[in-house]
Design a protein around this ligand. Structure first.
Ligand SMILES: Cc1ncc(COP(=O)(O)O)c(C=O)c1O
Length: 354
């Protein structure tokens, strides 16, 4: 009889990271863009796809895409690494700088995939706690650095799921004190008032990760990148990435999307204005909220249990993320900013559910 090997034990204890999808009219649970990509982009992409030599492997170094991204951010192409979503960028970093015998530091509550991907790559996880307002506390950072000497430290800013952004001086101090590489995850960077991209340099142990999934309306394409020191980027290409890991279609799509910066900036402005509208409306309701610099807002109903409010919203065909059983987020829900119409549906459903 065939024998299957037992699963790695350290994988068995992981909860995984899944956002349940329900068949609803208003889906505000996974922080995607509510709008499809611009029509002109889709037309340009369709035309470009017809001339891709699909019988050939892609450019292994994704050079043209890196040149264009470097141009956009005012850095060198040697400082750009690209992969299938920023999750794969994070995984590549952990493969290269984490691994058995090494530790990654996270400050909870934060994006669950940082700790999960660390564990998947055999990296130990040192957990620090955020302050009561969910910002990073430098005294706690110091404790974690001294006790765990992490090779990799994650800073998620704006932070998922709380929406809070770190202050620049806090991130600068954290980088100066870190015993290893600092990964600033800016999946929501375009919605924030400042970016750690300015802190990147070839002699600074910091990388900033970005994604096409949110503002670029390309979550379905799976494309992310990092800007960081050239030696980190070349280590990722040479030691952590699979050969030809980024397909030709995506390399082309990523380049063409950069022709639509103005459309993307208009979307960011719309979503930021809508976020402010949601926050203002929430402040008049019996819920606690936290200041958000992302495309979502965390809130905690005061009058009813979070789970019951989540269920009430589902009954009105509105799906938000239920964080109510996550540590330190008891009773909390997270709503992604949608179109003005979707946000209106959410706010009236919420009033009913409360
Ligand atoms: C903080 C953070 N980082 C990374 C990601 C992953 O993004 P991608 O779609 O680029 O893999 C997400 C997705 O929700 C996120 O919230």
């Amino acid at each position: 009889m065939a024998v299957f090997p037992p699963l790695r034990e350290d994988l068995g204890v992981m909860a995984g990271y899944h956002s349940p999808q329900l068949d609803v009219e208003v889906r505000l649970n996974t922080n995607e863009s509510p709008l499809p990509p611009p029509r002109a982009f889709l037309a340009e992409l369709a035309e470009a796809v017809a001339s891709i030599p699909l019988h050939r492997y892609p450019d292994r170094q994704a050079w043209d895409l890196r040149v264009d991204l470097a141009h956009r951010h005012g850095v060198q192409p040697e400082q750009v690494f690209v992969a299938n979503g920023s999750n794969e960028v994070l995984q590549s970093l952990l493969l290269a700088y984490g691994g058995p015998g090494r530790t990654a530091a996270v400050f909870e509550p934060t994006y669950a995939m940082h700790a999960t991907t660390a564990r998947m790559t055999g990296t130990a996880v040192a957990v620090g706690e955020r302050a009561a307002d969910f910002t990073i506390d430098l005294a706690e950072v110091q404790r974690v650095f001294e006790e765990a000497r992490p090779s990799v430290t994650f800073v998620c800013s704006p932070n998922n799921p709380t929406g809070t952004a770190e202050r620049k001086d806090v991130v600068e101090t954290l980088i100066a004190r870190a015993p290893g590489l600092v990964i600033v995850d800016e999946a929501y960077g375009q919605f924030a008032s400042w970016s750690a991209l300015d802190l990147v340099g070839d002699e600074v142990p910091v990388v900033v990760t970005r994604t096409y999934s949110k503002t670029w309306s390309m979550a379905g394409a799976r494309l992310g990148y990092l800007i960081g020191p050239s030696k980190v980027v070349s280590a990722l290409w040479e030691k952590a990435a699979l050969p030809y890991h980024l397909d030709s279609l995506k390399q082309v799509a990523g380049r063409l999307a950069l022709h639509y910066v103005e459309d993307m900036e208009a979307r960011v402005a719309l979503l930021v204005a809508e976020r402010e509208r949601i926050q203002a409306a929430l402040s008049a309701l019996p819920v606690d909220t936290w200041p958000s610099e992302a495309n979502f807002v965390l809130f905690r109903p005061r009058s009813r249990a979070g789970r019951d409010v989540w269920q009430g919203l589902v009954e009105c065909s509105v799906l938000v993320r239920d964080c109510s059983s996550w540590p330190r987020l008891e009773g909390c829900l997270r709503v992604t900013v949608g179109t003005p119409e979707e946000n209106g549906r959410f706010l009236s459903a919420l009033k009913e559910a409360l």
